[in-house]
Design a protein around this ligand. Sequence first.
Ligand code: NDP
Length: 249
Amino acid sequence: MGLESSVILITGGNAGIGRAIASRFLRSGSVVIILGINTESGQETVAAFKEEYPSCSVAFYTCDVSQTAAVDAAVETILREYGRIDVVVNNAGIVADQLLMKMQEDEWDRVLQVNLKSCYNVCRATVRSMLRNRQGRIINISSVIGLMGNSGQTNYAASKAGMIGFSKSLAKEVATRGITVNCVAPGFIETQMTASLAESHKQAILQDIPMGYMGGPEDIAEAVYFLASPVARYITGQVLAVDGGMVMH
Ligand code: NDP
């Protein structure tokens, strides 16, 4: 699909969906750079990928993507090292679920900072070089929760809906320069994030999925890969729900 040797920056690529996205690009010969907070698991991820794809180019940089200065420094180093960034995937995300009445300020701030401010941080740091190259792909991992809301997730839903408004606005700012900005909105996907849900809660969610089963991280990875590829050049400002039919417009 024409992404061989392209440089892909993925936040939160050590686990779950981010790791599946990294794997998808590596399988196609792209250069993959992961930003994450856990240095040890970052090194393990890189070692595992090098074993799986012996000739691959993959690197990990320790970086809390909610921190503007840390992202600026990491992106500066990456651009110096690799010369360009072709694709950005803002995937890092957390939850801190609580009914609004009981939600602490810290639970609100942290979720907004990691999920939404990270988008501002990473996009602002990388978009200038994309503008210069007159090409680029930005793919933000939102959520169906940002489209339909969920009790106990006002912070998470606000962050994920915020990513959508952010992406549409940025898409308009950079459209004439060959840069596309889109969101993928996963539904209910099997990762660490969903593993901790009570069985009764999982069964209740499954009732709302027309296809009747949870998706896998690879389902999201394929959608991201498609949006990153040259064949998707005319798609921008969109939200692609990958959710077994949970949200239909
Ligand atoms: P995981 O919890 O499995 O992985 C999240 C990743 O983000 C981890 O690698 C984590 O690093 C990283 N991360 C967390 N905080 C930071 C930070 N401050 N700086 C850098 N990296 C950070 O989540 P999923 O794979 O399930 O989710 C990935 C994305 O998909 C998230 O944005 C999530 O909201 C979204 N999503 C997931 C759904 C699902 O059903 N799983 C549904 C809808 C959306 P570390 O491993 O070091 O903790």
